[in-house]
Design a protein around this ligand. Structure first.
Ligand SMILES: [Zn+2]
Length: 523
């Protein structure tokens, strides 16, 4: 007796269909131990281990495990199958072959994924959203998913998503779906995407809560408007993290397609939980002890790293000089290409990684260099070594450095007139971004930060007065030619924030101010 069910496997952030064939043959003699299970079709250890789990789940759900030799084939055979998400479709296939599911035709347009526990409960899996997108593309009508994953899959329209709690529930659901009149079919889970995407006004943080630090806030606004990476330099307790955390709140709201892409990444990483669509721009803040693989992605079957989890949002590296040099080196590819490619012997996968980099550091090893209230005891050599730990190529990708001076904590959070809200700042950022979209419509980029030297020559023309000012600053601060280009790009963004067609002297002057590291350390 042969029975087929359908499932899917996730590779990178996309899923592929997997056909599951279950064949039962009567056991004959000693060679065929009764109730033996063989899985073929390139299963990994986790899939092979599923045999005993599935047997227990079937028995503990009130069904009989067939007293037959059971062969399970996962197709296509040339792609590696990993993990436990085939438990449910394999169990359904066995029950189907055993005659517990009715006709084969009844499950022809049903796809299922889910891990089983020994008592038959269905446990959550990674990548429910990519599975739903793939299933819809294959015109599959119904998708059976663990309850925990159903909401995130249900944002995909055009396919019916049914949450299942346990194996028995899945069998009863299939019976209800295949038998009886259409009006008695169980109702699928529906999610109102428009409502999910609508801002609920509950953003956990807001710039309104940060008083003072006007110049740092301004620098963050400029950085957001032009997609410039930013480095905040200040003593402990000056509010660097507090400021960086609020950066995503002034970026434009996520559009549906971007939210869907982001949710796919978080879904594959197993981070979506019960929330469904990821609608807020992410803020990822990995500790400086993070490994290359943790930052970039990795594992035997590669999973997305922090750079991809920060896609469409902000990657914040606090204590930048404390990060391992090799870890910072691997940031170069995503910063350049907005994606990471991870190669393995068996496959090569690409994850999107378009994020804004925000970093923070103390001005010196003790943290109190240039602090009016505390004395710094670091030697110039110690300071130089400390700053020197950040690799030059990484620093080259950071357009804006800004000093965040010490303030009393009460000043940051105390009473007094409220500061400007994130929504007000965001309105200016959105307007500046629209100007850039218009400007770069035919250039293949979206933001000032991405301008090549050729585009800088074209779009950042400056008049004689600006030119003289810039040359003076270069001489006085000893700035390099690369710093010159960076200042021009940031000047363009400052002019865009003000709705100005041309770059003006005040724009250049402000941009020159965003080169703290050059000014203090590199001269
Ligand atoms: Zn110090």
């Amino acid at each position: 007796m042969l029975f087929r069910t359908q499932s899917a496997a996730v590779y990178g952030i996309d899923a592929d269909l997997v056909d599951i064939e279950v064949d039962l043959t009567p056991a004959r003699g000693e060679a065929d131990a009764p109730s033996s299970i063989t899985i073929v079709g390139l299963p990994d250890a986790a899939v092979r281990e599923s045999r005993e789990r599935i047997r227990a789940a079937i028995n503990n759900s009130g069904f009989f495990f067939p007293f037959h030799k059971t062969t399970i084939n996962l197709a296509p055979a040339d792609v590696r199958k990993e993990g436990a998400s085939f438990d449910l479709p394999v169990a359904l296939g066995i029950l189907g072959a055993n005659g517990d599911l009715g006709e084969q035709d009844g499950v022809a347009d049903v796809l299922s994924v889910g891990e089983l526990s020994l008592d038959g409960r269905v446990r959550p899996i990674r990548g429910a959203l990519p599975v739903a997108i793939r299933a819809r593309a294959s015109k599959i009508k119904s998708l059976l998913l663990p309850e925990e994953n159903a909401k995130e899959a249900a944002v995909v329209t055009g396919i019916d998503v049914y949450p299942v709690a346990d194996l028995r529930g899945a069998v009863e659901l299939l019976a209800a779906l295949t038998a009886g009149a259409p009006e008695h079919r169980p109702a699928p889970l529906r999610v109102d995407v428009a409502q999910v995407l609508a801002p609920d006004g509950r953003a956990s943080v807001d710039f309104r809560e940060v008083r003072g630090q006007q110049s740092a806030k301004r620098a963050i606004e400029v950085a957001s408007a032009g997609a410039h990476n930013i480095l905040l330099i200040g003593p402990p307790g000056s509010g660097k993290t507090m400021l960086a955390k609020r950066l995503p709140t002034i970026l434009p709201p996520l559009e549906f397609e971007a939210a869907l892409e982001l949710t796919k990444i978080h879904s594959v990483a197993g981070l979506t939980g019960r929330t469904g669509l990821v609608t807020e721009r992410p803020f990822r803040s990995p500790h400086h002890t993070i490994s290359d693989a943790g930052l970039i992605g990795g594992g035997s079957v590669p999973r997305p790293g922090e750079v991809s989890l920060a896609h469409h949002g902000v990657l914040f590296l606090d204590e930048l000089p404390e990060f391992d040099r090799s870890v910072l080196e691997v940031l170069r590819q995503p910063l350049e290409d907005q994606k990471v490619t991870i190669s393995r012997a068996t496959m090569s996968l690409t994850f999107p990684a378009s994020f804004m980099l925000a970093a923070a550091m103390n001005p010196c090893p003790c943290g109190f260099w240039n602090d009016p209230t505390r004395e710094c005891r670091c030697t110039p050599l110690q300071i130089q070594r400390y700053v020197g730990r950040i690799s030059g190529p990484l620093l080259d990708r950071i357009d804006i450095h800004i000093d965040v001076p010490a303030v009393r904590f009460r000043e940051l959070t105390g009473d007094g007139p409220p500061a400007e809200s994130s929504a007000e700042i965001r309105a200016r950022v959105v307007a500046a971004k629209e100007r850039q979209h218009e400007r770069f419509r035919h250039e293949g980029i979206y933001a000032n930060a991405a301008m090549t030297p050729r585009l800088i020559r074209r779009y950042c023309r400056i008049d004689g007065e600006c030119e003289r000012m810039l040359e003076q600053a270069m001489g006085r601060l000893g700035l390099s030619a690369r710093a010159y280009d960076r200042i021009l790009k940031v000047s363009r963004t400052i002019a865009d924030l003000d709705g100005a067609e041309e770059i003006r002297p005040q724009d250049v002057a402000e941009a020159v101010g965003y080169r703290s590291l050059d000014r203090t350390y590199w001269t």
